[in-house]
Design a protein around this ligand. Structure first.
Ligand code: GMT
Length: 378
């Protein structure tokens, strides 16, 4: 198949997943065309089946805001016509699903029918999508898609509750490449952060408010009082400077390492003992799955779709959003009980295996075939 993928090219979960999907599809002999404003962050290597088409908006003094959606739709039209796309898969509804609808309508006037699949990732529904400024377009463009998928059962339910959705929504969970995300012990690296054999707690995200990283620090502060440990904070975003201020205020700068954006996050996860994810909302929690794949149990909130990944008392622990006391207690329990920690590490890996890319990517291929077939019979 010739597949067009539209996504955010950043380190955020939807962009990471879209990129890994594109790589997986290319390995399955499909030709994959990424259409976005920058090369996707996780697209490192050359692959003979992967093509990147940059979308550039034309600047003009009249434009206080660049019309990216128009530029994207125009680029999709161009690629669909000249690369003969069989299907277009857009990740994150805003503004990609609307641009896809526009492109599809233009292509129709040229006698080209292209099916569109929209994958809902979370904040495109929960945070941004429900905003009055976007909601009618989000609802319309989901219904105008030929196939719709959501990354968790919880997100599907929420989408159906929040909008008037006529389309069937297929749940296709996030997935993981278990070859890439496998534990690689690295005592030298570990020693750089924990020279006296301390435990290492870790969190990775885009440092947005929704992640509640201040709760990560509150949990760490409580754990630190009981068990020698260090905290790695991986990623960057709008909250970083205020978080650094918190660390200074509580005098834990030496124990908390802000590592910024990292390309090879699996190496840092591999030297960690517990992953913290106290998010206010989380449609799935790809970062938790990445940690579990490298045998790191997760202590998290029970928000959104997290319970579909992190099983309470099995692969880690869950607590209500904001309940830092329970999160800290559970973390301490795990760190103090070597047998339990060992069992949870194994459970985390086993659970991660159920989201193996080789199980999940064929579900997308099946959805593409279903959508293409239904268009042919229409
Ligand atoms: O919040 C993020 O980490 C970024 C965000 C995005 O849209 O890029 O991630 C969302 O999509 C991921 C991939 O499907 C999910 O695993 C994340 O749970 C989801 N984030 C939220 O719902 C807050």
């Amino acid at each position: 198949m010739n597949i067009g993928i539209v996504c955010y090219p950043t380190y955020g979960g939807s962009g990471v997943l879209a990129t890994e999907l594109g790589i997986g599809l290319a390995n399955n002999d499909h030709k994959v065309h990424f259409i976005t404003y920058k090369k996707p962050a996780r697209l490192f290597d050359f692959h003979r089946n992967i093509f990147f088409h940059e979308v550039s908006s034309f600047e003009y003094p009249l434009f206080e805001y660049l019309p990216y959606e128009t530029a994207l739709a125009s680029r999709i039209v161009d690629i669909a016509m000249h690369e003969k796309l069989d299907i277009l898969h857009v990740h994150y509804a805003i503004p990609h699903a609307a641009a896809a609808y526009m492109a599809k309508s233009i292509l129709k006037t040229k006698g080209i029918e292209i099916p569109v699949v929209t994958t809902l990732h979370g904040t495109d529904i929960t945070l941004v999508g429900l905003e009055k400024a976007y909601a009618p377009v989000v609802e319309f463009s989901i219904n105008a898609s030929d196939g719709v998928s959501s990354v968790s059962h919880q997100l599907k339910k929420l989408t159906q509750r929040s909008f008037s959705i006529e389309k069937e929504i297929d749940v296709i969970h996030n997935f993981i490449d278990l070859k890439k995300f496998s534990r690689k012990e690295n005592p030298e690296l570990r020693e750089q952060f924990a020279p006296n054999g301390e435990f290492i707690l870790v969190h990775t995200s885009n440092f947005r408010k929704v992640k509640r990283i201040d709760d990560v620090i509150k949990v760490f502060e409580r754990v630190f009082r009981e068990v020698p440990c260090k905290l790695l904070l991986i990623g960057d975003g709008p909250e970083r400077s205020s978080l650094q201020e918190i660390c200074r205020d509580i005098g834990l700068c030496e124990e908390i390492h802000f590592l910024g954006k990292q390309d090879v996050v699996e190496d840092l996860l591999s030297i960690s003992d517990i992953f913290l994810l106290p998010s206010a909302q989380e449609s799935f929690g790809l970062s938790a799955l990445e940690a579990m794949a490298v045998e790191v149990p997760v202590v998290s909130s029970n928000a959104g779709g997290i319970p579909e990944v992190n099983e309470n008392g099995v692969t880690g622990f869950l607590a209500d959003v904001g309940d830092v006391r329970t999160m800290a207690e559970k973390t301490i329990t795990l760190l103090k009980d070597a047998e339990m920690l060992k069992q949870f590490r194994l459970n985390a890996l086993n659970k991660a295996k159920t989201f193996d890319k080789n199980i999940v990517i064929p579900k997308y291929e099946k959805l593409y075939n279903k959508v293409i077939e239904s268009m042919l019979t229409y």
